[in-house]
Design a protein around this ligand. Structure first.
Ligand SMILES: [Zn+2]
Length: 374
């Protein structure tokens, strides 16, 4: 992540409840037995899961919460009790995701036979995609659905509307004259992807709203802890670590018509470098920033549109000032433009200016003026 999540980030109660239900179910599934109501918690959450069944829903064509839990149950029952016990232990012992980021277990469920893994993935994906919206669940969670949670997440003074992973995009566009519940929302990214780590599909600390580029274009189902094809790595814990203090923008060949712009890391700490590289690989940070900044002249035209050299210089100095957290969490690209102008402010800009078309333009405009004046 470019920025850590705000310490007052609200946890989504629905995920807390569903995650607890999943662990309860795994616990009750350890002894030999039959699928039944007692596998679920006694209250409304268990009842809602139990009632959300294909046999209760005439129009349902696909398996619902009950059916998917049932399939998981019987696939587990086909295994020795030791396998079920181990699954329960693994689920219980990995609930602290900060610990998991410190010492990731990349083969968490390698012991689980494929049919069990698949049925676990099916039910947990369903909990995330469908069960979370059932009224019986929302009632227990104080009526706060995922749209309401998203508004709490991105509120000013909490995380704001800028993606924490990249600082480049808005989480979701605000539309005027609409109530909070009707606004668009960002998708929630599973930091530990649900296809490989199904135990965390509804873990409240594993789900973070990100901009669509980070979530859908860049990250997809990449594994934070394995670089393809099989190199183990570490990743920033989004609640306590971030990249923001270890980044610079480097400018090269200012005498060239097209100066080079590079994102570089400013640390030599090996563990930190590994996490920075993971972050870059997962969200394609360098490519996106260097792509955006691929032409310095165009950036300066768009951002400053200089009248003359002293205007250009004073605007660069102005734009190089540190940006407040309030702006960083509200304005797209603010972090990156400040970094760029901060670097530009520290180098001799005159060679660039002399080669740039602004200089030519100024000369042209000067001559036009002289001609018009005659
Ligand atoms: Zn993003």
């Amino acid at each position: 992540m470019l920025f850590t999540l705000a310490p007052n980030t609200p946890r989504f109660q629905v995920f807390i409840l569903l995650n607890a239900e999943l662990i309860f179910f795994l616990e009750q599934s350890v002894p030999n037995g039959q699928f039944g109501r007692a596998l679920f918690t006694a209250g409304a959450i268990g009842q809602t899961c139990w009632d959300n069944a294909k046999h209760n829903s005439p129009k349902a064509e696909k398996d619902l919460t009950y059916d998917k839990f049932e399939k998981l149950f019987y696939s587990l029952q086909a295994q020795p009790v030791e396998t079920r016990t181990k699954l329960l232990d693994v689920a219980r012992n990995t609930q602290n995701l900060s610990d998991f980021f410190n010492t990731p277990n990349r083969d968490l469920l390698a012991f689980l036979p494929k049919p069990c893994f698949e049925s676990l993935k099916n039910i947990t994906t369903h909990l995330y995609c469908a069960t979370k919206d059932l009224q019986g669940i929302l009632n227990v969670a104080g009526g706060i659905n995922i749209n309401a949670h998203f508004e709490l997440f991105r509120a000013a003074g909490v995380n704001g509307n800028i993606c924490k992973a990249c600082g480049m995009g808005e989480l979701a566009v605000f539309r005027a004259s609409l109530a909070e519940g009707e606004q668009w929302r960002a998708d929630y990214d599973h930091q530990l992807c649900k296809s490989k780590y199904p135990l965390f599909a509804v873990h409240p600390d594993n789900l973070i709203p990100l901009c669509s580029v980070c979530n859908q274009d860049a990250k997809k189902a990449k594994d934070l802890f394995i670089r393809e094809p099989d190199q183990p790595r570490h990743a920033f814990d989004p609640f306590i670590e971030s990249a923001r203090y270890f980044i610079e923008i480097e400018l090269g060949m200012l005498r060239d018509p097209e100066p080079t712009i590079k994102v570089v890391w400013t640390t030599v700490d090996v563990a930190l470098l590994e996490k920075l590289d993971t972050w870059d690989d997962v969200y394609e940070i360098k490519r996106r920033v260097e792509g955006r900044f691929r032409n310095l002249e165009i950036i300066i035209r768009n951002e400053i549109d200089p009248i003359n050299y002293s205007h250009f210089e004073s605007q660069v100095t102005h734009r190089a000032r540190p940006v407040s957290n309030a702006v960083l969490s509200d304005k797209e690209w603010a972090f990156w433009y400040q970094k760029l102008f901060s670097t530009l402010n520290q180098v001799d800009k005159s060679p660039f200016w002399e080669k740039s078309r602004f200089n030519d333009q100024q000369a042209d405009e000067g001559s036009d003026y002289i001609l018009e004046g005659t």
